[in-house]
Design a protein around this ligand. Structure first.
Ligand code: SF4
Length: 346
């Protein structure tokens, strides 16, 4: 496939695009600070630029450098991350900062292999940090770059499959400029985000249009191939609302899994037996929360009984004042529900 494009001429087109039209003024541009670059790369995984900007600024204000982040409480980190989703990123961010502090004397490592050993840093993120912060000739392959390459070279198959992913990595390694790697990588990210969009790509503005296989073969809507469809799973739970003098009982979720380490309402998975047990409690409006891989149907119940305080563990349960909220990480549907309860009490 690469016979269509000589790597050098591909890189030349991409770099020319960067100099002419590439994005150069986002808050994490114009810096070589690996901490800032790493933070932005982690936040940008699965999240759009406009959503990331305020979180990135808030984080830098609270933790101006990697040591501030490493020394912070995880609860504080999760609190600042609340609403950004994919919370394992925040937990890994905290762990990785501690690893930089404890195993690398507070300095980010520069090699691809050492960067990849940090929690939450995969091959593409390590490549981005190595290229942007340390001017290394490292390739990247984030979601945007995958789409550009899959279309430009008409790569068959879904890139969740190892052989397809390996093919894309081979292409990225071959095509990446060894001299102007940072400009090349930035331009590829920009092309995917701004020009070669998932829907309605702007091919007339694309520097790769002349030899793009998807465009030539009229297969843009088909490429890249989507994940084969399976029935979407779902789960139903009760959230138990214990309200006492303007305070709500919150429970800390287990450290891993969905919303790991965040504070939520006590949760019970709904089964026939459980339904009977809670049938007399007042149910508030149901909430549908869509995760990337399943739907969660939440049925909040206003509990009449008091919780069994004797079994409360202070490290995993606490009373949360609606009038004076604590700085703890809350999943978005929990903070929305607490806000709704507060308004009803006012
Ligand atoms: S020509 Fe169109 S489909 Fe091909 S890479 Fe450019 S924007 Fe994407």
């Amino acid at each position: 496939m690469t016979s269509e494009w000589k790597p050098r001429s591909f890189a030349k087109q991409v770099i020319a695009y960067y100099h002419e039209k590439g994005r150069k003024d986002l808050p994490w541009h114009n810096t070589k600070d690996p901490y800032r670059i790493w933070l932005s790369e982690i936040m940008l995984q699965q999240t759009q630029v406009k959503t990331v900007i305020p979180y990135y600024q808030k984080f830098l204000k609270a933790f101006p450098n990697v040591l501030d982040l490493a020394n912070a409480e995880l609860d504080e980190v999760l609190h600042l991350w609340s609403g950004l989703g994919y919370y394992s990123r925040a937990r890994n961010l905290h762990k990785a900062a501690q690893m930089v502090r404890d195993e690398h004397q507070g300095e980010f490592p520069q090699s691809q292999a050492e960067l990849e050993s940090l929690p939450g840093v995969g091959r593409s993120t390590a490549g981005a940090i190595a290229a942007f912060a340390f001017d290394k000739p490292a390739a990247i392959l984030d979601g945007n770059v995958k789409r550009v390459l899959a279309r430009c070279f008409a790569i068959e198959g879904w890139y969740g499959q190892t052989k397809v992913l390996n093919k894309l990595w081979d292409l990225s390694e071959k095509l990446t400029s060894k001299n102007e790697t940072a400009a090349f990588n930035q331009a590829m990210m920009d092309l995917g985000a701004v020009v070669c969009k998932r829907n309605k790509p702007l091919c007339s503005e694309c520097p790769l249009a002349q030899k793009c296989q998807a465009l030539q073969q009229d297969r843009i809507a088909e490429l890249p191939h989507r994940k084969p469809k399976k029935a979407r799973p779902s789960k139903s739970v009760y959230w138990l609302i214990y309200l006492d003098k303007g305070q709500i009982l919150l429970q800390k979720r287990p450290p891993s899994g969905i919303w790991g380490g965040l504070w939520s309402l006590p949760e019970i998975e709904i089964e026939a037996k459980v339904q009977k047990q809670y049938s007399s409690e007042r149910q508030l409006d149901a909430i549908l929360h869509k995760f990337s891989h399943y739907d969660l149907h939440i049925y909040p119940l206003l509990m009449q009984k008091k919780p069994n305080i004797s079994i409360m563990e202070p490290s995993s349960q606490q009373w949360y004042s609606l009038a004076e909220p604590l700085s703890v990480g809350l999943p978005t549907p929990v903070s929305n529900l607490l806000e709704q309860l507060k308004q009803n009490l006012d």
